[in-house]
Write a protein that binds this ligand. Sequence first.
Ligand code: DAH
Length: 343
Amino acid sequence: MSTSPEMQQLNAAIAEGIASISVAASRDELRSTMSSLTGKKGAVAAVKSSLGSLTDVDQRKALGAAVNEALTQLQVAADQRERELRVVEFAAKVEAERVDMTEVAMSPNATRRRGRMHLVTQATERLEDVFIGLGFQIAEGPEVETDFYNFEALNMPPSHPARSMWDTLFIESDVEGSVVLRTHTSPVQIRVMQEWPPPIYAVMPGRVFRKETPDATHMPVFHQIEGLVIDRGITFADLAGTIESFTKAFFGPGFTSRLRPSYFPFTEPSAEFDIRRPDGSWIELGGCGMVHPHVLRAGGLDPEEWSGFAFGFGIDRMAKERHGVNDLRDMYSDDIRFTEQFS
Ligand code: DAH
């Protein structure tokens, strides 16, 4: 029986079918191969259609069973090929969508592509590290301040002439509760005194704003760091000693500091401090002084019990000095050729 022409036709159809299934190059191709093999016009269907013309019942049964078996074999082969193709296609997809994470780091031009922290961010982080090393904590305050915190609590009531030391950007002027873009980080002193129980050893870095036309040494937006120490029996000697320790820790052992008499409404006495480079030249850094009793009171502290000192200086200008930048505006031009010079 296995030699009947229908059987031979069927066996050939299976062999050819399995061969074409095994070379299907994709799952789409496999689907169309299968539909032509098992479809109405396929070789198996041709054998199946000859069933009706067989008169011998046993032969018909046997051929019918063989046709079903043939379809099963083709399906098994197709399932097997489908699994293989799934693996191949998945691997191809992974390869096509691969993101080479090593590419940038391994590239010989890697240094050109790597980002860097802004000079001011670098300086701020170093300053924070040095002050933390000296036992200070970090605090921050809002960039939009009320008139009270920016001026009044710092011993500058409305119409106080010292207000003209700061070219203020008012958001609402002359209104009860008016707000300003803070002109310095000093208002954070008040907020810290109001919130933290003394003793206080804090530095407060942040962005400040003044109505300035940008030039080589001024920007309308810049950065300061404020320092505040409140404790019992703090003296001017503690202030001078702290400035000196900071100078050596931040700039290096060859540097030293000096204080010059000055005036700020929120400190009494007040001073400006300069840093001397090892070559003998001086850098003007910032202001400082003993916290004025009015300021202590505005911060909710009793000046009979607590005393302290404060200081503040510009971070941008310090970074400019340190890196020999000629024009402050270059630091904010976002020009990669500028940034690349500093790692
Ligand atoms: N806030 C002052 C300014 O922006 C700097 C300053 C001076 C801060 C004296 C202080 C200080 O804490 O005691 O010009």
